[in-house]
Design a protein around this ligand. Structure first.
Ligand SMILES: C[S@@+](CC[C@H](N)C(=O)[O-])C[C@H]1O[C@@H](n2cnc3c(N)ncnc32)[C@H](O)[C@@H]1O
Length: 474
């Protein structure tokens, strides 16, 4: 095997014939495989059976797998490979090659990847999305929650995912039983009938630590296709059954999403009904507290998020009194850390699309006693050109979603007197595309640092630092 495909399958390339994907094989394995030619228009041949002739030196000891579910659920396709190799492969394939293809000098700008400390990954996730499945044997049905198998919608029971905190494991098992006895039928994505679609859980994380705590702060969200109206006898019956199953400290919300497709939440006002608790949890991050609601964004890796934010903020060389933009600001985490760093004389402006996140960001700033930060709701591409800024920003953080910046954003940024720009991205492809667009306006790429927020998966976060001479904005 010469490489790894993003799905986690081993990739065999040869000079003669097509590349072949061998699910379960790793780079460095020598295998004998039975495979079929690529489908018409396809790039890869597919192996349906293989035998390992010589094991890769990068295989982890099968007695001590990085995850007991490795190879079954599709969550961590790289869990059978040692972590140093995983980091190296991801950095090359996702960041170095992408930079080089776009004409950047990867060897000059690429910094070493910031990964997890080896052996300190279990329990790092503060968010999990699980799907229900009914397993029926001899007429008895057992409901379970789990993840999709790679490249399918078949659910593999996985309540005990070692990446999640302990309360999530207990909650998933309890809700599997309770939803079955409350007679919530499983949603059928083909016919659009049935009720129960998914279980989303968010931990009120203490970022930077994954030590188990007796003070559970959990939020469980049952995503349902339909749910009886509040106040009806049916609502009361179901709510009673579900709430009585909840572990101590876990709030429960029913979230209606009747739209077909893979989008988990509906984002419609009134979609969420709190069945018990606050319907939100608090997360502690770098000495500040943030409220997390079902639909608000927060980085999912409790250990690595402070590493990511430190890398981004250090590069800005902040001084008291600076005026800073935080675009795509979510619930205002980066904005708040910036506001603390620039002091009462400084000014921070956050812009975010999701109204609920902006409300949370304002409440979070108030709670953290930060009076020098304000938030604007709406798409960056329309809000930024008409922002009435009290003081022109000279520094900016961009942290867009997977699709990156809208076409018009680099030109608008260029009109501001910004000299230091940090672009945080979960998609190196759109990052590199946008860095190229920004370069056309005089922003020069200084460095790119990969940060691993997704151990076990073929993803990397990256922090790009761009600089521009002080007199370039107009
Ligand atoms: C990767 S998250 C970053 C959030 C935040 N910086 C953090 O670290 O928690 C991207 C955010 O961009 C928001 N978003 C997506 N498209 C947007 C747009 N066109 N304009 C403004 N915000 C947008 C999403 O709602 C999400 O909160």
């Amino acid at each position: 095997m010469t490489g790894l495909h993003p799905s986690g399958a081993g990739l065999a390339r040869s000079e003669h014939g097509p590349a072949v994907l061998v699910a379960g094989a790793l780079p460095g394995d020598r295998v004998a495989a039975r495979w079929t030619e690529p489908a018409p228009g396809g790039r890869f041949g597919l192996a349906d059976a293989f035998e390992i002739l010589e094991e890769s030196e990068h295989r982890v000891d099968p007695e001590y797998p990085r995850c007991a579910l490795a190879g079954r659920c599709g969550g961590c396709p790289l869990a059978r490979i040692d972590y140093a190799t995983e980091l190296e492969l991801k950095t090359k394939a996702l960041v170095a090659d992408t930079l080089a293809e776009a004409g950047f000098e990867a060897a000059r700008v690429l910094r070493p990847a910031l990964g997890h400390d080896v052996g300190k990954r279990a329990g790092f996730r503060n968010k999990a999305i699980l799907y229900p499945v009914d397993l029926t044997e001899s007429g008895t049905t057992e409901r379970r929650f789990g993840f999709f198998e790679a490249r399918s919608h078949r659910v593999v029971p996985a309540e005990d995912c070692p990446q999640s905190p302990d309360w999530m494991k207990r909650t998933a098992r309890a809700l599997a039983r309770a939803t079955l006895s409350a007679e919530l039928e499983l949603y059928d994505e083909t016919s659009g009938t049935g009720a129960l679609r998914a279980l989303l859980m968010r931990d009120g994380a203490r970022f930077g630590s994954i030590e188990p705590s007796s003070d559970v702060r959990g939020l469980a969200v049952l995503v349902v296709n339909d749910f009886p109206p509040e106040g009806s006898a049916e609502f009361e019956r179901i709510a009673r059954t579900l709430v009585s199953a909840m572990p101590e400290g876990v709030s429960l919300v029913a979230h209606r999403n009747a739209r077909p497709g893979n989008a988990l939440l509906s984002f419609e006002p009134g979609a969420s009904t709190v069945l018990c608790g606050r319907g939100a949890v608090d997360a502690d991050l770098l000495g500040l507290t943030f409220e997390v609601r079902p639909e608000t964004f927060l980085q999912v890796n409790s250990l690595q998020t402070p590493v990511l934010y430190d890398a981004a903020l250090d590069a800005l060389h902040l001084s008291p009194g600076d005026a800073v933009l935080d675009l795509y600001c979510g619930v205002g985490t980066i904005s708040s850390v910036l506001a603390r760093a620039v002091g009462p004389e400084g000014r921070v402006t956050g812009v975010e699309l999701v109204e609920a996140s902006v409300e949370a960001a304002r409440a979070n700033a108030k709670r953290n006693n930060l009076a020098n930060v304000r938030f604007e709701a709406g798409p960056v591409e329309t809000v930024l050109p008409r922002l009435a800024l009290e003081r022109a920003p000279t520094k900016a953080v961009l942290d867009p979603a997977y699709k990156g910046l809208a076409d018009s954003v680099p030109a608008v940024l260029a009109k501001l007197p910004i000299t230091d720009l940090v672009y945080v991205s979960c998609n190196p492809k759109t990052l590199v595309r946008d860095v190229k667009r920004l370069a056309a306006f005089g922003f020069e790429l200084e460095s790119v640092t990969p940060v691993d927020l997704f151990p076990g998966a073929f993803h990397l976060e990256a922090v790009a630092v761009l600089r521009r001479p002080g007199d370039a904005g107009s």
